[in-house]
Design a protein around this ligand. Structure first.
Ligand SMILES: *[C@@H]1O[C@H](CO)[C@@H](O)[C@H](O)[C@H]1NC(C)=O
Ligand SMILES: *[C@@H]1O[C@H](CO)[C@@H](O)[C@H](O)[C@H]1NC(C)=O
Ligand SMILES: *[C@@H]1O[C@H](CO)[C@@H](O)[C@H](O)[C@H]1NC(C)=O
Ligand SMILES: *[C@@H]1O[C@H](CO)[C@@H](O)[C@H](O)[C@H]1NC(C)=O
Ligand SMILES: *[C@@H]1O[C@H](CO)[C@@H](O)[C@H](O)[C@H]1NC(C)=O
Ligand SMILES: *[C@@H]1O[C@H](CO)[C@@H](O)[C@H](O)[C@H]1NC(C)=O
Ligand SMILES: *[C@@H]1O[C@H](CO)[C@@H](O)[C@H](O)[C@H]1NC(C)=O
Ligand SMILES: *[C@@H]1O[C@H](CO)[C@@H](O)[C@H](O)[C@H]1NC(C)=O
Ligand SMILES: *[C@@H]1O[C@H](CO)[C@@H](O)[C@H](O)[C@H]1NC(C)=O
Ligand SMILES: *[C@@H]1O[C@H](CO)[C@@H](O)[C@H](O)[C@H]1NC(C)=O
Ligand SMILES: *[C@@H]1O[C@H](CO)[C@@H](O)[C@H](O)[C@H]1NC(C)=O
Ligand SMILES: *[C@@H]1O[C@H](CO)[C@@H](O)[C@H](O)[C@H]1NC(C)=O
Length: 818
């Protein structure tokens, strides 16, 4: 329960260094009628723009196994001067993308914070793993864990203490969001599992994970304020977009994966660029103090996104524990000692504005994961080679004399490439396969077409939307430095050579769409198969403007398919592509790859030739038309008021497939869909034991642990079903369980919500019994009045099958009597 309120939100304004947004009620949203029922209630409407203040910031307790490490952290903090404490909470320019200063007196070598979710961004001789959206498409817990562990081993060997990931938001509210590929699935349950496995993998390797971006960072457009150009980024023209979300939606959709992250004992969380209900995320005490540290029992530290801090005392009191990169301006424009924290924080403690106990808690939170993961013992030093690769704070901006020990340009790749190749194949979704197009059977005559098949010809670093070369990663903070790149062109050529096939390649999209392909020069003889490789680029900093394949990809498919009766399309994209060509009779197969890392070529060849049986499933919906999607990104406001950028999450729970199901809109390929070279059956869905007769609607109130009330995470109902391989080859089945809530659940509850899945290997003809453990949270909705998770009375329908629209068995059960 939150206390409303010791200090009103507006009283915070009296504190120093507070950006003046806290008291605004920006309910002006021109051109965007706020259409849900609550909009008609002006009392509720006017509360948007005011996240209620919840103060003070809770101390960490060490609950959940952190007690010993917390004691060590407290002993460490006791030895610090006030100034040292302030700087522990304040970044500094240095070799890593984020740096906490060393304290040589205490043998503390500082903290190195590095991007990113797919690789060591500033790492030469390091691996490029499959992207996060690819990993999510595998629906494979072990893969997610292994990937994260391998990635973290490389980070550790380069000296990173903290990896800036994984990403639980953007969650895919809008398919146009430029960053969805850095996150997982357009579904909180699947994303929650991905968060948990990734955090476990990273932290088991000894590196701190960072759950970002908290919260509702669902668009790139206007994620940061626009500043007056000549004012050193201190005067706003317009403030960042405000995500206006109601309580139930926040809990059931956007916070859900962060609850999994906290339960996995994530070391840190990153507050996001956007505002939520009008207040900047990094100074929103309701979000940080009440929800994250209070309700979810988060024990780690909250760090700001880079430049997301807009106040000093207000942010500190609101629960932010570390500001990054530490200067008060955005990227590299101006690196000075100036920071909202740093010396200002020292002063604020000295003059009594901030209590020393608050600062102590900040530093204890920062140092506990360090001791918990043994980073105080023989941790690898920061590799000197990362510094010059740092675009955020290059060496000429450093104020501190950073010392480097150990080998430079360390090769940290180990044998990860074999795993990355397997992961690439396991993450490739087979969407269409007709007339036995795939797997390929020693085709004699192959055409490779499209600008996504070949090598990168415009530099190693994917900064900018380049035209030529396979897109195996993307740009900005999630970008990677490839040490080599297996391309489809290479991989298919080397297979084809073994088979004695003829291979001809046409990699220029402009030529493909303008040339006369009927000429024998173009489509010679009758090819056995035409493999068309296409892509779409998306990256941090801007949203997509189209869901079509880039560089005229649809026209390339048409041109080839009009002349080739066995056209196989392979996409490499950050997320959704609409696929009008899927209806073309000569398009016999479609494979959706995402940014699949350094082994992308070998991985796709493994799938095309049948060495790997595809098993991935879409982590989002592919609609027929772009206009079928809801929740568009807010791209413009028609007024020029400072606080006018508003994004109204008035679709509420209807995010992704939940919307298409609720509105009964037919789709081209649904969430959870993906083919295999074999076929599967599922039957006999039943309860493993009868429903507990003593189950209560609300959970017993037990002391909060990381993840919240532990009662929410207890299995309350277990179902099982028989899954069988009904085809001729071995493969992985991905049985999925969706829940339809009883009629007594409040309006707006989506018809089907994913609440369980498994990935099981089955030989041809083999059967296995699988089970789905439903935890209390899985069968509850967020009751906004009780401020708790409530299991509704009445009959649930559990639906099991192989996608969100392909149910093979259903089972009704009442868990709570009316
Ligand atoms: C508006 O919402 C408030 C707070 O939930 C409630 O007390 C009030 O009755 C509502 N008014 C109307 C007209 O529905
Ligand atoms: C945002 O405002 C809505 C509507 O008043 C409320 O339901 C929700 O709890 C608020 N959330 C935050 C984080 O302030
Ligand atoms: C945190 O702990 C300190 C003592 O260690 C105490 O003085 C302070 O009041 C506590 N703060 C909160 C918010 O409980
Ligand atoms: C720092 O390390 C040295 C060498 O290992 C050791 O002698 C010294 O006691 C350490 N100092 C502290 C404060 O831990
Ligand atoms: C911006 O910062 C630079 C460097 O510190 C300074 O010279 C200049 O006067 C500042 N401009 C404004 C408008 O504050
Ligand atoms: C304190 O913060 C302000 C921004 O509010 C900044 O201008 C100033 O440089 C900071 N002071 C120090 C000493 O860092
Ligand atoms: C305390 O210090 C802060 C940070 O420098 C400053 O902004 C604030 O005005 C000071 N308050 C008082 C009461 O001196
Ligand atoms: C691709 O083809 C177009 C049209 O012929 C041509 O203008 C362009 O230079 C070609 N690109 C490359 C890299 O050859
Ligand atoms: C399919 O490809 C064949 C060539 O193999 C071509 O003759 C035919 O017109 C194509 N069909 C369509 C609908 O384009
Ligand atoms: C394409 O056409 C050729 C002959 O025109 C035929 O042998 C072959 O089976 C066709 N391929 C497909 C996939 O339909
Ligand atoms: C905002 O727009 C109005 C109407 O176009 C104009 O009069 C006003 O000067 C603008 N204000 C700013 C700060 O640009
Ligand atoms: C409910 O019943 C189960 C099984 O009969 C038992 O294990 C559990 O302790 C009971 N819970 C409570 C709160 O009584």
């Amino acid at each position: 329960m939150w206390s409303q309120t010791l200090l009103g939100a507006c009283l915070l304004l009296a504190a120093p260094s507070v950006a003046a947004d806290t008291c605004q009620a920006p309910i002006n949203h021109p051109g965007e009628p706020f259409s849900n029922v609550q909009a008609l209630n002006t009392t509720i409407l006017s509360t948007y723009g005011h996240s209620p203040a919840v103060l003070p910031s809770p101390n960490m307790t060490g609950n959940g196994g952190w007690e010993t490490a917390m004691k060590k952290a407290k002993r460490f903090v006791n030895k610090l001067t006030l100034e040292e404490k302030s700087w522990m909470a304040t970044g500094q320019p240095g070799p890593c993308v984020g740096n906490v200063l060393p304290i040589p007196r205490l043998n503390f070598t500082g903290l190195c914070l590095q991007n990113g979710p797919q690789c060591v961004q500033q790492g030469d001789y390091s691996s490029v793993f499959v992207s996060s959206v690819s990993a999510a498409a595998s629906w494979d817990r072990q893969l997610l864990y292994d990937r994260a562990r391998g990635l973290a081993e490389e980070h550790k060997a380069k000296g990173s203490h903290v990896i800036l990931g994984p990403i639980g938001g953007p969650l895919g509210r809008s398919p146009y969001d430029g960053r969805t590929w850095e996150g997982f699935a357009a579904d909180p349950y699947l994303t929650g599992v991905c968060m948990e496995e990734t955090i476990n993998g990273m932290q088991d390797a000894g590196v701190q994970a960072n759950a970002k971006h908290f919260i509702a960072n669902e668009q790139e457009t206007q994620r940061n304020p626009t500043y007056a150009p000549d004012a050193n980024e201190t005067t706003y023209i317009q403030d960042s977009v405000s995500a206006n979300i109601n309580d139930r939606t926040l809990h059931e959709i956007y916070m859900w994966p962060f609850a999994n992250a906290v339960r996995a004992k994530v070391a840190s969380a990153m507050c996001s660029y956007n505002r939520v209900n009008g207040s900047h995320s990094c100074q929103n005490s309701y979000l940080l103090n009440h929800l994250l540290k209070g309700e979810l029992g988060f024990q780690g530290y909250v760090m700001s996104d880079w430049g997301a801090t807009h106040s000093g005392v207000a942010s500190v009191e609101s629960g932010m524990d570390m500001t990054m990169p530490g200067g008060f301006t955005l990227y590299g424009e101006l690196w000075t000692e100036g920071s909202y924290l740093g010396k200002n924080l020292t002063q604020a403690v000295q003059n009594g504005t901030v209590e020393m106990s608050r600062l102590d808690d900040m530093v204890v939170r920062i140092m506990t994961p360090y001791f918990l993961l043994g980073q105080d013992k023989n941790y690898p030093s920061v590799d000197a080679s990362v510094g010059p690769l740092n675009v955020d704070s290059p060496p000429d901006t450093w104020l501190y004399d950073w010392k480097f020990t150990g080998e430079s340009n360390r090769d940290v790749r180990a044998n990860h490439s074999a795993m990355i190749r397997q992961h690439g194949a396991a993450s490739t979704v087979l969407l269409k396969n007709e007339r036995n197009a795939l797997p390929l059977r020693k085709p004699r005559n192959i055409i490779i077409a499209g600008n996504d098949a070949g090598p990168l010809t415009q530099g190693p670093d994917l900064q900018g939307d380049f035209e030529y070369g396979v897109l195996a990663g993307s740009a900005s903070s999630g970008s990677c430095r490839f040490s080599y790149l297996s391309t489809p062109l290479d991989a298919i050529n080397s297979r084809a050579r073994k088979d004695g096939s003829l291979v001809q390649s046409f990699l220029n999209n402009t030529l493909l769409t303008t040339a006369d392909l009927t000429s024998p020069l173009w489509i010679p003889q009758q090819p056995d198969v035409c493999l068309v490789f296409l892509k779409s680029y998306s990256a941090e900093g801007e949203d997509r403007t189209s869901l079509e394949l880039d560089w005229n990809g649809n026209a390339v498919v048409e041109a080839v398919a009009n002349n080739c009766n066995n056209t196989v399309v392979i996409t490499n994209s950050g997320g959704v592509n609409v696929m009008p060509f899927a209806d073309h009779p000569n398009v016999t197969a479609i494979l959706a790859q995402h940014y699949a890392g350094e082994e992308t070529g070998n991985a796709i060849a493994d799938v095309l030739y049948g060495d790997a049986n595809p098993s991935a499933k879409l982590p989002y919906v592919i609609a027929y038309n772009e206009s079928d999607y809801n929740a568009p990104v807010t791209t413009a406001v028609r007024t020029n008021g400072t606080y006018d950028w508003q994004s109204w999450f008035d679709e509420e729970l209807e995010v992704g497939y939940r919307y298409f199901d609720a509105q009964n809109i037919s789709v081209r390929y649904e969430f959870g869909f993906g083919l295999s070279y074999t076929t599967f059956g599922l039957k006999d869905l039943k309860a493993k034991s009868s429903a507990l007769s003593n189950l209560t609607a609300l959970p017993a109130k037990r002391p909060t642990q990381p993840g919240g009330n532990p009662a929410l995470w207890e299995a309350v109902h277990t179902l099982e079903a028989e899954v069988s391989n009904t085809g001729d080859v071995s493969g992985f089945a991905v049985p999925q369980l969706y829940v339809e809530f009883p009629d007594s659940t409040p309006a707006g509850t989506p018809p089907s919500q994913l609440r369980g899945f498994d990935k099981v290997w089955l030989k041809a003809g083999q059967k296995k019994t699988i089970s789905f453990d439903l935890m209390r949270r899985d069968v509850s909705y967020w009751d906004v009045v009780a401020q708790d998770w409530r299991i509704p009375a009445g009959s649930f329908t559990f639906k099991a099958g192989f996608s969100s629209r392909d149910f093979h068995a259903t089972k009704d059960a009442t868990l709570i009597k009316a």
